[in-house]
Design a binder for this molecule. Structure first.
Ligand code: FEO
Ligand code: CA
Ligand code: CA
Ligand code: CA
Length: 559
């Protein structure tokens, strides 16, 4: 009722309790149902491709929904509803039941793992009151490690991105470890390449450069791909890793389109890409680099965008900046120009981390998603946690104030003059997560954290059209010790005016909640459930990462 909503910070639901089980819970008056699970067919020929004992067959692995769903966006085209969605990573032990240690034993197994990653574009439609995937839709598409792409921006074609297979350095193949997402003002999908480093390894000698080590690349690959495919072998193709770690743009409305890697936006472990507009019409993209002690970036185009106008050069011709959060709660965007970094423009973009360190950027507690308020000039970044914060190597600072930060915080900034194009901002912490039942110091969290809404490790975030901030978690769900009373990972809603936060959904134990988008009238929210435990959602066999749909039984907008 309206009275209840008013009593809870404008939330249109009664907040729910924590859970510790292997199920989904939503507020009274809401229901949920799976939309699509890992292994579900996108085309009829893949019907039955998933087996509860053995998983997905290699032959059908690029014709089904991938594993470990993450960032996603909805698109509304010619009366059709499309979802573009990432499959962040593949769990080898779940997908390769015959390989006892989860290491692929042959090229076919590598191909299976590769195909279950990447991006899916799929049409969805209502059928009998809930959404389902439209099998065989002409829009359906899988984009994998093998999909032919192109590059633009200053580093495209540079020696650093040339390989034996692509001596021009303009035709990279594939996208991998796609974590968060973004949507352009012109209706395309941005997929963000995060922990790409783990796919590369060396079968022999290689040059151990700072450019490799700063990104955690070297030695044996985490997935042994290099043993079966020279593309992933640093000994054979030392520049191949430089072709990953980019923001990649996909046109979901054209299955024949070639995805583009935008080098102007920098190369790091990209979480998501939040696009807004400067007061003068330039395009602004906020981006986080999810690693302990890494940075928050901003890209500003040189050209301007007006609805329906040209998009030429908007993501290839512009300036990359990195954030400095001063202890007096002011901040500035430092331009990563060759003059400032002491590196060439191409090196500055390919090795953005090194460039950003050179200009004195502020080291953050693992920047995950950034979300911009649609009603106000401000942006929020989830700083998920940081076990390494503290001491001389990574001292605390005002925006990252707690040593051994196991709970995380959300920082927000308001650009000067309400203009995302401005080079200075004011910042504060919207919330410091914590456990007030265990600690009565900073680890108890900020004032808007209570016994009734506590959580750890904020990660996914998105604003809805009403200006409410949805927060998804990817943390410790043991419900013990420092995490007692926090239960399974969850999705909460924050009122950013009052500070209040209310728990909306709890995930099955083992899962993180990541990825959130809505249908056109906001009556259905699509929510990603990644790496669930138990045998969710089928109740038998393997756990299956899935997108669920959540709706109000009275048909009103979600939230
Ligand atoms: Fe893939 Fe930083 O989360
Ligand atoms: Ca994440
Ligand atoms: Ca995370
Ligand atoms: Ca994840």
């Amino acid at each position: 009722s309206r009275a209840q909503a008013a009593a809870h910070g404008g939330f249109g639901f009664e907040p729910i309790d924590i859970a510790t089980d292997f199920d989904i819970h939503v507020p009274e008056g809401y229901e949920w149902k799976t939309l699509v699970r890992w292994g579900d067919a996108l085309w009829s020929e893949a019907d039955g491709a998933y087996d509860a004992e053995t998983g997905v067959s290699p032959a059908m692995s690029d014709k089904v929904f991938g594993e470990n769903t993450d960032g996603m966006e909805t698109f509304f085209v010619d009366g059709k509803e499309l979802i573009a969605v990432n499959s962040e990573y593949v769990n080898p032990k779940i997908n390769l039941p015959a390989a006892s240690d989860g290491t692929p034993q042959n090229a076919d197994e590598v191909m299976l793992l590769k195909n279950l990653q990447g991006v899916t574009v799929m049409e969805v439609a209502m059928n009998g009151g809930t959404y389902e995937v439209v099998k065989d839709s002409p829009y359906n598409r899988r984009i994998t490690h093998e999909t032919q792409m192109t590059m633009d921006g200053p580093a495209a074609g540079h020696a650093l991105v040339q390989t034996n297979a692509d001596p021009e350095g303009m035709s990279p193949k594939g996208t991998m470890n796609n974590c968060g997402s973004g949507k352009t003002l012109w209706g395309t999908y941005l997929t963000c390449e995060e922990n790409f480093n783990g796919y590369f390894g060396a079968t022999g000698g290689y040059d151990e450069t700072d450019g490799l080590s700063r990104y955690g690349i070297g030695g044996e690959g985490r997935y042994a791909y290099e043993k079966f495919d020279p593309r992933y072998d640093l000994t054979a193709e030392p520049n191949e890793p430089n072709r990953h770690g980019w923001i990649t743009e996909i046109d979901p409305t054209d299955p024949e389109s070639t995805p583009v890697k935008h080098t102007a936006l920098g190369r790091f472990k990209h979480e998501n890409a939040e696009m807004v507009q400067a007061a003068d019409g330039r395009v602004v993209v906020y981006m986080g680099d999810d690693e302990r002690g890494e940075f928050i970036y901003r890209y500003v185009s040189n050209g301007t965008y007006a609805e329906g106008g040209s998009t030429e050069g908007l993501l290839s011709d512009g300036q990359l900046y990195v954030a400095k959060f001063n202890d007096d709660m002011t901040g500035e965007w430092i331009a990563l120009t060759p003059e400032a970094t002491g590196m060439s423009l191409e090196e500055t973009l390919v090795f953005s981390r090194i460039a950003a360190s050179a200009v004195g950027a502020t080291s953050m507690d693992r920047p995950e998603w950034i979300a911009a308020n649609p009603l106000k000039a401000e942006a929020y970044c989830a700083l998920t946690n940081n076990s390494k914060r503290g001491g001389d190597a990574m001292p605390v600072n005002a925006a990252n104030p707690r040593e051994t930060n196991e709970y995380g915080q959300i920082v927000r900034w308001a650009p000067a003059g309400d203009d995302h194009g401005a080079d200075t901002f004011a910042w504060d912490l919207y919330v410091m997560a914590g456990n007030p039942a265990v600690y009565d110091n900073a680890y108890g969290g900020s004032e808007n954290v209570t016994d009734g809404n506590m959580f750890n490790s904020p990660d996914g975030m998105a604003f809805d059209s009403k200006g409410m901030l949805w927060i998804q978690t990817d943390g410790d769900d043991s419900n013990e010790g420092d995490f007692a009373g926090q239960g399974n990972n969850q999705m909460l809603v924050g009122n950013t005016e009052t500070g209040e936060i209310a728990r909306f959904l709890t995930a099955p134990n083992g899962a993180e909640v990541t990825g959130l988008c809505w249908n056109e009238d906001n009556t259905v929210a699509f929510v990603g459930i990644q790496h669930p435990g138990g045998s969710w959602p089928d109740g038998n066999g393997k756990p299956r990462s899935s997108i669920i749909q959540v709706w109000r039984t009275d048909g009103a907008p979600v939230g």
